[in-house]
Ligand binder design. Sequence first.
Ligand SMILES: *Cc1c(COP(=O)(O)O)cnc(C)c1O
Length: 226
Amino acid sequence: MNDTNALADRFEEVKATIPAHVKLIAVSKKRTVQEIQALYDLGHRRFGESYPQELRDKQPLLPADIEWHFIGNLQANKAKYVAPVADLVHTIDGIKILDELNKRAVAADRELGVLLQVHIAKEEAKHGLSPMELEELIHTWDPIRWPAITPRGLMGMATNTDDKELISAEFHGLKMLFRTICELPLPFKRSFTELSMGMSGDAQLAFAQGSTMVRIGTAIFGERQR
Ligand SMILES: *Cc1c(COP(=O)(O)O)cnc(C)c1O
């Protein structure tokens, strides 16, 4: 069986496990332009990248109607690579990156959706806002300061563990935060609809907790080589 058939089979298998209302982000970090094009040719349009320069380099070589998601840790000095091409940035963790993304999006005459990343895992190394920092950012959200930015929801990564109860509890916690925010009379209430949670290893647990966006790399493209 050739590579394209193998990709098509894995893609179909993954799609069959995803509830109809959940958006699939194919995580294409470290994949070649050819691999991404092959999935595009199978009809897929939503891709996720983790490294700013890699997104900048690959985007012009691929079809213009791809919806690009930026899912990696983002430093303010790399916002210039992401703001001109991304549709949704999943990893907002403070006002500094919002200031910089807004500035770059305004300069590029674009609007950028963002998700606020919440630290739900046990691992210290994972990024994101604490629930308290999230609450503060939500309440101080300033549409005049960030006119090019639309908050569209929350993102979280569960602990990398085999303990399904722990993963479910972390996703559940994120869902409850999301619900609480959705109840508030906020200026961006109507656009705040997405809950990005779940990857290849924990997607089913995320769906059970109400995920609306799942970020899957390995299960579609195979193990990452590099
Ligand atoms: C790499 C990555 C994924 C995809 O991981 P897989 O295990 O390959 O599905 C999802 N989310 C984030 C933030 C990632 O960095």
